[in-house]
Ligand binder design. Structure first.
Ligand code: GLA
Length: 402
């Protein structure tokens, strides 16, 4: 990502490489060299919002912003974690790990990964870890999934565990759902672990099958702007859980395992069998959003990248009007981007704040970013951060250069 407009940077300072920062934190904290370093990216979701926990389809891609964990094994079942955002290390043993929720804050994601591995029957080595990150916290770019994935991959490699990549997202999600207590779906962990550079990840969240869809923005003369709305996440956790519960109730009313099982062609019939307007709108969002993912994938496969713009914009309208998860800041960013010539724009992620993405012709990128900044100033919102994103690789072990 490269800054495309003025305003405070969402990422940590770009002057120091994140892998170097993790290494330096490890050396100064433990007075030794780490055994290795593992990097996991943040993500944006191109389209397919609140479809993952409905067994539906999503199309995220990984960002070049990364979280890096430097780590070494230790002989006992004890874990010490240092982070560049904390003065004190977090330290825990099996007693804390085996009681979900006992380790709180950012350390809880690390303890949750250890817990999930142990619960799945893996012998997890004790470890010393140090974390540095360029993924902004609280912006809806999956900083928590990046942390989980980097730690999980580090522990798997340190112990030499036989855990295929395709099974890792579920374990990271278990950490977040059952240890940290956030009822999220499988998209974020899948994206940060399984994405490939230059591709979007077409994921079927029911069977976790994936297809890597070429997403060559440069060749199409296009760019994706990621605009951090800087809106505070107002009641996001409770609202997310209530949307998820509403979808599960609606699926039960319709007699299907999940809303994924309502084909778009049967939507009107399904809506006619639901008891109230709010439930109908929630279902309409999920069913039409799944179809928009399929339509987007079809256009990308055909190399018709600019034509996905209207699908992105329709996704935003559906989140705003039917799923009711947008806030004035993100609506303003979408409207301003479209008015300035973006081919499509939508909020990305769980909602109630977070980021907006806009598909723009590369030549218009700065003008669109400037238009959003102006619209924000007119509404009295804080200056948004605007970055240009290209699809990056998923979680990797970094080469070691002593
Ligand atoms: C959050 C969750 C994901 C997904 C999105 C909405 O990012 O972590 O599982 O549900 O919201 O699409």
């Amino acid at each position: 990502m490269t800054p495309a407009a003025d305003g405070p940077a969402a990422a940590a300072p770009a002057t120091t490489d994140v892998a170097d920062r993790a290494t330096a934190a490890f050396r100064s904290g433990y007075d030794e060299q780490p055994a290795g370093r593992w990097a996991a990216p943040g993500r944006v979701n191109l389209i397919g919002e609140h479809t993952d926990y409905n067994d539906g389809f999503v199309l995220p891609f990984a960002l070049p912003l990364r979280t890096v964990v430097a780590a070494s094994p230790r002989p006992d079942e004890h874990w010490t974690v240092r982070s560049e955002i904390a003065d004190q290390p977090v330290d825990f043993g099996t007693a804390e790990v085996d009681t979900p929720g006992r380790v709180t804050g950012w350390g809880g994601y690390v303890a949750g990964v250890v817990w999930a591995l142990r619960e799945a029957g893996y012998a997890v080595p004790g470890a010393r870890l140090a974390i540095a990150s360029d993924v902004p916290l609280g912006s809806g770019l999956s900083s928590s999934a990046a942390l989980e994935a980097a730690v999980l991959t580090a522990l798997v490699d340190l112990a030499g565990l036989d855990l295929p990549t395709g099974r890792r997202p579920r374990l990271a999600q278990r950490a977040e759902n059952a240890y940290v207590g956030a009822p999220t779906g499988i998209m974020d962990q899948s994206a940060v672990i399984r994405c490939r550079a230059g591709h979007a990840l077409f994921l079927d969240c029911r069977d976790e099958s994936v297809e890597h869809i070429p997403f060559d923005l440069d060749a199409a003369g296009l760019a994706i702007l990621v605009i951090d709305s800087r809106a505070p996440h107002r009641h996001a956790d409770g609202e997310y859980a209530s949307r998820r519960a509403a979808c599960e109730r609606a699926a039960a009313l319709l007699g299907v395992p999940a809303l994924r099982d309502v084909p778009a062609a049967d939507l009107d019939d399904a809506l006619g069998r639901l008891p109230d307007d709010e439930t109908r709108r929630r279902v309409r969002h999920v069913v039409t959003e799944n179809q928009r993912v399929l339509d987007t994938v079809a256009l990308l496969r055909a190399g018709r990248v600019p034509e996905i713009g209207p699908l992105l914009t329709a996704s935003h309208a559906s989140m705003r009007d039917d799923f009711e998860i947008t806030v004035p800041e993100v609506d303003t960013a979408v409207e301003a981007a479209l008015a300035a010539g973006a081919l499509g724009a939508r909020m990305t992620g769980g909602g109630f704040g977070g980021c907006v993405l806009a598909l723009v012709e590369t030549d218009h990128s700065e003008a669109v970013a400037a238009a959003v900044t102006t619209a924000y100033a007119e509404r009295g919102f804080p200056t948004p951060t605007t970055l240009t994103a290209l699809p990056a690789p998923g979680t990797t072990r970094l080469p070691w250069l002593p």
